[in-house]
Design a protein around this ligand. Structure first.
Ligand code: CTP
Ligand code: CA
Length: 224
């Protein structure tokens, strides 16, 4: 078995992957979240491990599990916890892939008791969460940094801006325009854009196949 592992293309590489949604507490029993299943990030983590990498998978709440012993799963709840977990490992990593659907905002104040329905209308003030991927871009040394982008308009332009703003090497643009793509679906239609703004539209395919394509990009990067 060791002989086989030696020949794997990502042998010796350390890869950090974020996955899933984050939950932002409103009070002890309520939160703000989203419909991310975590599947894209888990598929990437498993594909990286299959190719010999040592994987740190930092995931928000999901029912998914991983059986691969090369995948070290760290479960977190909020964006702040995901941020802290990422920075604990990032310095040692060769690659980081941000596949999590991190909440952009969280309640500014978290009630320490369950909120009672006394008011006719009720407003929650929100504040921005830390942009985890942007912070990884700021602290980038030699890491190959991959982000995702979800856009509903001017998607190529917006994705290019995210590459620059977050100091990325590659962005995986998720197209919602095509039927069968996105949250809760088994398939994704993605476009790769690299830091030279080379655009590569991919076919609609399973999330496993998209994960395979992303891992191939990393393998190609280290072969070049
Ligand atoms: N991301 C992150 N931390 C955040 C928000 C986003 O790490 N607080 C990462 C996501 O994991 C994804 C990338 O940033 O890889 C882009 O996420 P997206 O929601 O498309 O973009 P935002 O930068 O959040 O901007 P907006 O939602 O306004 O388009
Ligand atoms: Ca966002």
């Amino acid at each position: 078995e060791n002989d086989i592992l030696e020949k794997l293309p990502l042998k010796g590489r350390k890869i950090l992957v974020t996955a899933g949604p984050t939950y932002e507490a409103i009070d002890p029993v309520r939160f703000i979240g989203n419909h991310s299943s975590g599947k894209m990030g888990f598929d990437i983590a498993n594909e990286a491990a299959k190719n010999g990498a040592e994987v740190i998978l930092i995931s928000g709440p999901t029912h998914l599990k991983t059986e691969n012993s090369q995948v070290n799963l760290i479960r977190v709840t909020s964006a702040q916890e995901m941020y802290e977990a990422c920075h604990l490992y990032y310095k040692d990593m060769d690659v980081a892939i941000a596949a999590a659907a991190v909440a952009d905002y969280r309640p500014k104040n978290v009630a320490d008791q369950k909120i009672k329905k006394t008011e006719a209308t009720f407003t929650i003030e929100l504040e921005k969460t830390e942009d985890i991927l942007a912070s990884l871009g700021e602290q980038k040394k030699n890491q190959f940094l991959i982000g995702f982008a979800l856009e509903t308009e001017n998607e190529i332009e917006h994705a290019k801006l995210k590459i620059q703003k977050k100091n990325l090497d590659l962005i995986v643009l998720n197209s919602l325009n095509d039927k069968g793509a996105g949250f809760g679906q088994p398939t994704n239609k993605v476009t790769f854009i690299d830091s030279n703004f080379t655009i590569e539209p991919m076919d609609l395919k399973s999330k496993e196949a998209v994960a395979f394509d992303i891992i191939n990009k990393i393998i190609q990067h280290y072969e070049a």
